[in-house]
Design a protein around this ligand. Structure first.
Ligand code: GUN
Length: 731
């Protein structure tokens, strides 16, 4: 079987004219997105790399990039074309696609980089954009002012202002051609923010992060992370973000996790010229190799020695291919990781590839490194989670809101196991998000009463401890039972909630002695400070005996057996309490509202003893547990009841209001599409259950949001809410 496609691909189909320039998010994982950018030369799947083509010096032919490598978009330099009479005339007469012999989408740069390298360019701001439009590029670039790390703050400030001032004239010159609006600002977070805000206010189609080439050349990756966190939250979410001059695969996972969509680089060809080879974990020299660091199709039948013996040109082309193949493979793996919800794990693993990348990653994930608090002693890191430090750090600094921007976009509860990978596991944004949501949403029923903490063993905890919890509660109705998971303390109600109940790691993660100081801090986060607590080790020979001993220690009654068979009152109470607690977390309800909503619910159980349906006291099916991650799904009836409660905005399920035109479609069960939304509640985020309303506030449907509130208001293409039930079927 051929590894690469051997035959010419068909040319791309142009996107619908009114869709050109739109960017759709097809899948997301936190801030990382797999997207589709519509152009006149086809739809480009992101994240992707635009190989740099030097029109004077082609290492791999653009046609081959399309045919063999499936590359959907490339970048070339309009200034070089403009300067060379022959190229210019050809491009003006026949278009840039003909000049390069490439059928896919073409982005061009403007000469800014040449100005950075050579000091100046002799082309005008509008002139170069007009030229790009005239030669038919898909995405043009305005002439921005490059900001170098060694510039003074005043110089950077001026460059940012000058770039922003050129925006309107450049957009006017571009007409209907998509235009790149680069973000400058050097290493200054405030100037990056200012640039992103200023450029974002104009009608650009794509925002490149500019001025980062010297930052990457000097391997200042922590600065690169700071530039990303400063710029990204300020940019309009409906526009793709391009990393200007970034093509090292080692950097892709982290940058994609922070929201980057497009990359471009000449590295594949430039490195090949001096026998350097890209790998996902760094750069290697051909002369040092006995074996290939990664086996790519182009070298599968060759040894490094064979390649060393090639003549210069042949070797250079082969190594360019190798570098391109490595780059494409890493991008494909990153896209898959986004689909799998594991892009952060990939960035985490990749951070070990280079000390400077590790520094960047630790800066991102460790709050004390972003503020001024000392980093906790190493032995404390496991239990004294770094995430929790960010809850209490007095000096959060200017970065916390940007970190929140990453955390709050996480889809929790997620799917699948939380794979333990050392202390980094505990500061993954999804873990931080899960903890924050738990701490924000949950509070105990009563103000006093004892606490029992189960510890020592991984889930499923219900199998190990469920009957004991029930018997203990039968004797002590006010008892608060919690489980100590490696990522924090969770109320018994969340015994099956991902990620707490799904940590996959070595057994000693659960066997470590209980750190009382940490448990105290965890209790405080759950509004259980000052409560006496006792612990029960789930590894005890008899968990029941251990439970009784703990209860007696706390001055409580030992367990008693509930008397009836099947669903006893105690078990029913526990299930109701669990449903109330989960409704607080998942539907953003206050305890009193959740209690009224769930009321005297009854439960339809599966043959394996799990809840299948939740029915309210009138027998209406209001909720269904989500198998696999411990979440709750709203049903049609449940949505109607919650809507009728008229809860207002804050402590209520998130809402999305659609335009009148969309009502018949959404009411009949079709998804809510971007571009048809009038309003969205602030707490909308990917994965939450939400109510869909018409402009008058009537309930149209309910479903699961795919986006944040800001995205709901800004995006123009794609699914905003996956509708689970349309509530206004057309008559
Ligand atoms: N190529 C690499 N960096 C830059 C930049 O900052 N601006 C432009 N226009 N092109 C670049």
């Amino acid at each position: 079987m051929a590894v690469w496609r051997e035959h010419a691909r068909d040319d791309p189909k142009p996107s619908r004219e009114d869709h050109v320039g739109r960017f759709e998010v097809k899948a997301r994982d936190g801030r990382a997105r797999v997207g589709a950018l519509s152009t006149a030369h086809g739809v480009v799947t992101t994240p992707t790399l635009l190989p740099v083509i030097n029109p004077n010096l082609r290492t791999i032919e653009p046609r081959e990039m399309w045919d063999t490598y499936g590359i959907e978009m490339l970048i070339t330099n309009s200034y070089i074309i403009w300067k060379h009479e022959k190229l210019r005339q050809h491009a003006l007469d026949y278009g840039v696609h003909d000049l390069l012999d490439y059928p896919g989408a073409i982005m061009t740069d403007s000469g800014t980089f040449q100005a950075y390298v050579y000091g100046d360019v002799e082309v005008g701001v509008e002139e170069i954009v007009t030229f790009q439009r005239d030669i038919g590029v898909d995405v043009a670039t305005m002439l921005d002012v490059f900001t170098r790390p060694d510039m003074t703050r005043d110089e950077v400030h001026e460059a940012v202002q000058e770039t922003t001032q050129r925006a309107e004239a450049s957009l006017a010159a571009a007409g209907s051609t998509m235009l790149n609006g680069p973000i400058q600002g050097g290493l200054h977070a405030d100037l990056r923010r200012m640039s992103a805000r200023g450029m974002g206010a104009h009608g650009f189609s794509v925002h490149p992060i500019g001025g980062i080439v010297p930052v990457m050349e000097q391997q200042r990756y922590a600065d690169l992370a700071r530039i990303m966190l400063a710029s990204m939250p300020e940019l309009p979410p409906e526009r793709p973000v391009h990393m200007f001059g970034c093509g090292h695969p080692m950097l892709f996972p982290m940058l994609i996790a922070l929201g980057a969509d497009l990359f471009d680089s000449a590295a594949y060809a430039l490195f090949a010229r001096d026998d350097r080879m890209l790998t996902p974990t760094g750069t290697v020299h051909l002369e040092d190799l006995r074996e290939w660091p990664v086996l790519m199709p182009c070298v599968a039948s060759l040894t490094p020695e064979d390649v060393r013996r090639m003549d210069d040109d042949e070797r250079m082309v082969l190594l360019s291919r190798f570098n391109l193949e490595v780059t494409l493979a890493e991008l494909a793996a990153c896209r898959q990781a986004v689909h799998d919800g594991r892009i952060w794990e990939r960035a985490e693993r990749r951070s070990h590839a280079h000390p400077a990348l590790r520094e960047a990653f630790l800066w991102l994930t460790t709050s004390p490194a972003r503020g001024t608090a000392p980093i906790p002693a190493a032995e404390h890191l496991l239990m004294n989670d770094r995430a929790a430090a960010s809850d209490t750090s007095p000096a959060r600094g200017q970065w916390e809101s940007a970190w929140d921007w990453v955390v709050e976009a996480q889809n929790t509860p997620g799917q699948g196991a939380l794979r333990w990978a050392g202390e980094d596991t505990f500061v993954r944004p999804a873990v931080v998000a899960s903890r924050r949501r738990l701490h924000r949403a949950w509070s105990p029923v009563s103000d006093d009463g004892a606490v029992v903490i189960l510890h020592g063993a991984p889930g499923p905890w219900r199998d190990r401890a469920g009957p004991h919890v029930m018997r203990a509660r039968a004797a002590n109705p006010a008892l608060e039972v919690l489980v100590l998971s490696p990522i924090g303390l969770v109320p018994w109600s969340f015994e099956d909630l991902q990620p707490f109940a799904h940590v996959e790691g070595p057994e000693w993660l659960w066997r470590r002695p209980v750190d009382h100081a940490w448990v105290r801090r965890e209790l405080a986060r759950l509004n259980l400070e000052h409560r006496p607590f006792v612990t029960v080790d789930l590894r005890a020979d008899s968990v029941g005996d251990a439970f009784d001993a703990a209860l007696r220690d706390a001055g409580l009654e030992a367990r008693v057996a509930p008397d009836a068979h099947g669903l006893t009152e105690v078990e029913l109470d526990l299930l109701r309490a669990q449903t109330v607690d989960k409704s607080m977390l998942e539907l953003n309800l206050e305890r009193s509202v959740a209690t009224a909503f769930v009321g005297q619910a009854t439960f339809v159980m599966s043959s394996t003893g799990r809840v299948r349906n939740v029915k309210d006291s009138q027998g209406r099916h209001i909720l269904s547990p989500r198998l696999g991650n411990g979440g709750l799904s709203l049903t049609d009836e449940g949505a109607k009841i919650l809507h009728a409660l008229n809860l207002g905005h804050e402590a209520a399920p998130a809402t999305v209001t659609v335009v009148e035109d969309a009502v018949p479609f959404v009411g009949a069960g079709r998804n809510v599409m971007h571009g048809f939304i009038l309003a969205a509640s602030e707490h909308l985020r990917p994965g939450v259950s939400c109510l869909v309303l018409d402009p008058e506030g009537a309930l149209v449907a309910h479903g699961v949001a795919q986006c944040t509130a800001e995205e709901a208001m800004a995006m123009q293409k794609g699914i905003a809410v996956r509708v689970r039930g349309g509530l206004q079927p057309s008559s």
